[in-house]
Design a protein around this ligand. Structure first.
Ligand code: NAD
Length: 462
């Protein structure tokens, strides 16, 4: 697609008030593929005012009509499947088959789910002598990251629209073209002007102006824990609702009774998908001491098979960051059994699929989110030790447990302090609540729980 040189505000593409632009780079060959406006505080204010003006009409629209608009949005997204696939591949670097199946396929499912939930949700309930109304929270400022650019947008915009909220979106500066394409789909779906607005630009300017804007009722943020903390503090000062989806360092716990070969193969694939840029990735594999060397061998072999078939990481900054973590792992004494910090290609931000063995729970690579194709394999002595290691980081976003039976794995999973656990390779469910314990976040996205985030209650007594 040809990038828009404007911001999508009040149902139309308008020039930004300033002249700053953000360059979009293809991480596979480091070429500039487009420029989008970098919105300033005055642009953000115009978008918020447009949302404020549109809110009463949209909030009063019957849920069935909101559901029809969401169904139209889903269709408009589906009509652009090829364009989305190409755009995500170009600005994120995801290989095209993965971009089509996951980066585009998942948001289509999520948009469809909110078309249904908007129609079916009980927006009113009786509690004794009260009627409880579930009303939209108001104008939402949504700030999204680049790692799943379309999914992160749809996971906020679709439930907010279903709830009757108006939105201003500030997408990640690395992947704004996907966001522009999304705005085109919103336009085609016939949403009333001002209900959805897009301001591209930098986090420290447009993002900060949006998060701190006094006329926003809620901030929904997905990104790093450091920025989430700042946004949470600003929301607290303004007494605003806040939802935070942050980082993770999830554990893949392989109990002694598990099918080791399967658990390791799925575990490695989980980490390498999207070049490791998945907040819920199982980046720590925990294996019983007795089967540890066998697991390390299998993991190294599986990682080596990927070669450079995984795409690049998103940017020069991430490239340097991920390679820095690999160097740190070596310096701290972890054993490199696949990959390493050397760049496998002359051009592009590629990182070799990397596996570390002999990782101890206190090492930086076992504690900090790397956000690249890097797996740490840690041994444990017994189940209590495995639980201590699994829960022994500041994060609690996801995880996996493998055992001879689903019951045994689920019994372990019930004890973990984390928001999502896949049992013996259970599939991702786009209707199940997604979100973090501890410093992985506040609130939940997806399904009915994700819709509830954008509602507030009013009780009428009779
Ligand atoms: P980031 O926190 O730097 O940026 C995320 C978004 O916030 C971007 O749109 C950015 O422009 C904006 N932003 C940056 N500084 C801001 C500020 N001071 N005020 C307001 N907005 C600001 O993160 P990133 O580098 O884009 O994404 C990678 C991180 O996000 C990883 O740590 C990853 O784990 C996390 N993440 C979490 C989830 C989840 O669902 N929990 C999903 C994706 C990514």
């Amino acid at each position: 697609m040809k990038p828009h040189d404007g911001l999508y505000i009040d149902g139309a593409w308008r020039p930004a008030l300033g002249t700053h632009a953000v360059e979009v780079i293809d991480p596979a060959d480091e070429q500039v593929i487009g420029r989008v406006p970098a919105a300033g505080a005055a642009d953000v204010d115009a978008a918020v005012q447009a949302a404020r003006a549109a809110l009463p009409g949209w909030a009063a629209t019957p849920p069935a009509e909101r559901a029809a608009r969401l169904a139209a949005l889903r269709d408009a997204l589906a009509a652009r499947e090829d364009e989305f696939t190409e755009t995500v591949t170009a600005e994120l670097g995801a290989p095209a088959p993965f971009a089509r199946a996951v980066h585009v396929g998942l948001p289509l499912a999520v948009a469809a789910s909110y078309a249904e939930l908007a129609a079916a949700h009980p927006f009113e309930e009786r509690v004794g002598n009260s009627t409880v109304l579930h009303e939209p929270v108001g104008v939402v400022g949504a700030i999204t990251p680049w790692n799943y650019p379309l999914h992160q947008i749809v996971a906020k915009v679709a439930p907010a629209l279903a709830a009757g909220c108006a939105i201003v979106l500030k997408p990640a500066e690395d992947t704004p073209l996907t966001a522009q394409l999304f705005a085109e789909a919103v336009h085609d779906a016939g949403l009333p002007a001002g209900v959805f607005n897009l301001v591209t630009g930098l986090g420290t300017e447009a993002g900060r102006a949006l998060a701190g804007h006094p006329d926003i009722d809620m901030v929904s943020f997905t990104g790093s824990t450091a920025v989430g903390r700042e946004i949470g503090a600003a929301a607290g000062a303004g007494v605003k609702r806040v939802a935070l989806e942050l980082g993770g360092k999830s554990a893949n716990v392989i109990l002694p009774s598990a099918d080791l070969a399967k658990a390791v193969a799925v575990g490695v694939a989980n980490v390498m998908a999207n070049s490791g840029q998945t907040c819920s990735a199982w980046t720590r594999m925990l294996v019983h001491r007795d089967r540890y060397e066998e697991a390390v061998g299998l993991a190294a072999e599986a990682a080596a098979k990927y070669g450079d078939r995984i795409g690049p990481v998103v940017s020069a900054r991430q490239h340097a960051r991920v390679r820095g973590h690999i160097e740190r792992g070596v310096a701290e004494g972890a054993r490199l059994v696949a990959g390493g910090a050397e760049t496998p290609r002359q051009k592009g931000y590629f990182v070799s699929p990397t596996v570390f063995a002999d990782v101890t729970p206190g090492m930086t690579i076992a504690q900090e989110e790397i956000f690249g194709p890097v797996l740490c394999v840690l041994p444990y002595e017994d189940e209590e030790d495995a639980l201590r290691i699994a829960d022994g980081t500041v994060y609690g976003l996801a995880g996996a447990v493998w055992a001879g039976t689903a019951e045994e794995a689920a019994a372990f999973a019930r004890r973990m302090r984390t928001g999502q656990v896949d049992i013996n390779g259970g599939r991702f469910n786009p209707l199940a609540p997604f979100g973090g314990y501890k410093q992985s976040g506040v609130g939940r996205e997806l399904g009915a729980h994700g819709l509830a985030e954008y509602l507030q209650t009013k009780s009428l007594q009779f």
